[in-house]
Design a protein around this ligand. Structure first.
Ligand code: FAD
Length: 404
């Protein structure tokens, strides 16, 4: 584990915007978080340089440091360390410097793949923790129809989807190729092509970032909505999601969701009459690759705005003026969901470029950084789009991307 001071976040957000974190660390085990807490490493503002902890973690339930722990730089801690009980050290702990007190605790920001964040400033007062907690396993397989998988929050989402397909397990194929990590998926209840995370969600395990206690959240606890959950509202920034448990269906029993026209078109073009889970995943991958810009080539965070919901009466009125307006009824709220991309396109923004930022030429819902852009330029563009859509349609666009 290496704690870096004054760390550039440019390669850690898919917009590719420059921003600096006071401190940055990647963690592979929940236990590392507890170790950091015990060592008061959240208080690293006073470090003069990068801190290296050269421990090897063989974490199962308890943290077992099998190697000597070397603290090569000065740590500033509030108390004498009482580590032997907590850490089960098998060898001596060497502290090369005296450890001092500090009353300052850095706020923590959890980062996954950085594919849904917009850094609006530098963070000289924040410790960024990149979640790399990995692992995929089946933990419940008590009948031939379903199984429950436990997935580490730092696992790449699409890697998990490919694992499911390889094992002939259905449920996530429509969510193929969504960037980011499994731990971030519940935050906005990721969704695509008629499927949302909540459809297969069982529970998640999370660590409270104030008390460092572990808590289980059921689907009800998560309060999932359209690109929404309790983690974007009441509990925003309060937990690190360490594990997610999802229920997948074995192939013969799985009902594929093929409602989307583009999926049907792809399967027809490939002469696939009885599609498999893999066929649907391939269709989704093909559609996404042909429609969405690759963040490795052009910086973006996917859909910048949510598709807005409006009352049916407003939709009917707008339909008179804009006959091509398409909407889908939300059977719960009874409102009509309209395509934000269409509204933005009609307001004349599609393909417009302003210096280093712009609106993607193929997909008006995606705002892009052409390379050297600043987040302030993108925010200015987003604000202009919001006001022009409001003036034309009387509809407020809400951002999907997390402003940090
Ligand atoms: C090209 C492209 C296409 C996309 N398509 C879709 C799509 O079809 N559907 C869709 O829903 N989304 C889509 N997205 C958005 C994005 O992929 C998802 O929101 C994804 O879940 C973000 O994962 P991440 O690991 O990158 O999260 P990050 O961007 O790192 O973080 C997002 C938020 O989650 C929090 N967070 C991250 N990990 C954790 C954790 N372990 N514990 C607690 N909080 C955490 C962060 O603090 C932040 O607030 C797309 C993005 C891109 C770039």
């Amino acid at each position: 584990m290496v704690i870096h001071k004054n760390y550039s976040l440019k390669r850690l957000n898919t917009f590719g915007f420059e921003s600096t974190a006071a401190a940055f660390v990647e963690i592979h085990f929940v236990e590392t978080l507890h170790l950091m807490e015990t060592l008061h490493l959240m208080e690293t503002l006073h470090l003069t340089d990068t801190l290296h902890l050269t421990e090897t973690l063989h974490a199962t339930d308890t943290l077992q440091l099998t190697d000597t722990l070397h603290l090569t730089e000065t740590l500033q801690l509030t108390e004498t360390l009482q580590l032997t009980e907590t850490l089960h050290l098998t060898e001596t702990l060497h502290l090369t410097e005296t450890l001092h007190a500090t009353s300052l605790r850095l706020p923590i920001y959890i980062l996954g793949g950085g594919s849904n964040v917009l850094f609006t400033r530098d963070f000289y007062d924040v410790l960024f923790i990149k979640n790399n907690i990995s692992g995929i396993k089946i933990i419940e397989d008590n009948n031939e129809k379903f199984c429950v998988c436990e997935i580490g929050g730092g696992e790449n989402w699409h890697t998990f989807v490919l694992w499911a397909i390889e094992n002939n397990l259905g449920g996530v194929e429509n969510l193929s190729l969504i960037p980011g990590t499994v731990g971030a998926a519940p935050i906005q209840n990721i969704g695509a092509y008629g499927v949302e995370l909540k459809d297969i969600f069982v529970k998640l395990e999370a660590i409270n970032l104030k008390t460092f206690e572990t808590k289980i959240f059921t689907a009800d606890d998560c309060q999932f909505g359209y690109r929404d959950s309790i983690f974007k509202k009441k509990l925003k920034g309060e937990f690190l999601i360490s594990k997610v448990f999802l229920k997948l269906t074995r192939a013969p029993h799985h009902k594929l969701k093929l409602d989307y026209g583009d999926i049907k078109k792809f399967l027809a073009a490939e002469n696939i009459i009885s599609p498999t889970i893999r066929d649907v995943s391939n269709a989704v991958i093909h559609i996404r690759q042909s429609k969405l810009p690759d963040p490795k080539i052009i910086g973006n965070a996917g859909s910048f705005f949510k598709n807005p919901e409006i009352p049916e009466s407003q939709f009917e009125l707008l339909k008179i003026q804009f006959p091509n307006l398409v909407g889908f009824k939300n059977l719960q709220s009874l409102n009509i969901k309209v395509a934000a991309g269409w509204l933005i396109e009609q307001a004349g923004w599609k393909g417009k470029r302003f210096g280093n930022v712009g609106v993607h030429a193929e997909q008006a819902l995606v705002l892009v950084n052409y390379g050297e852009g600043k987040s302030s330029e993108l925010i200015e563009l987003a604000t202009q789009i919001q006001s022009s859509v409001f003036i034309k349609f009387g509809i407020s666009l809400e951002t999907e991307v997390n402003f940090v």
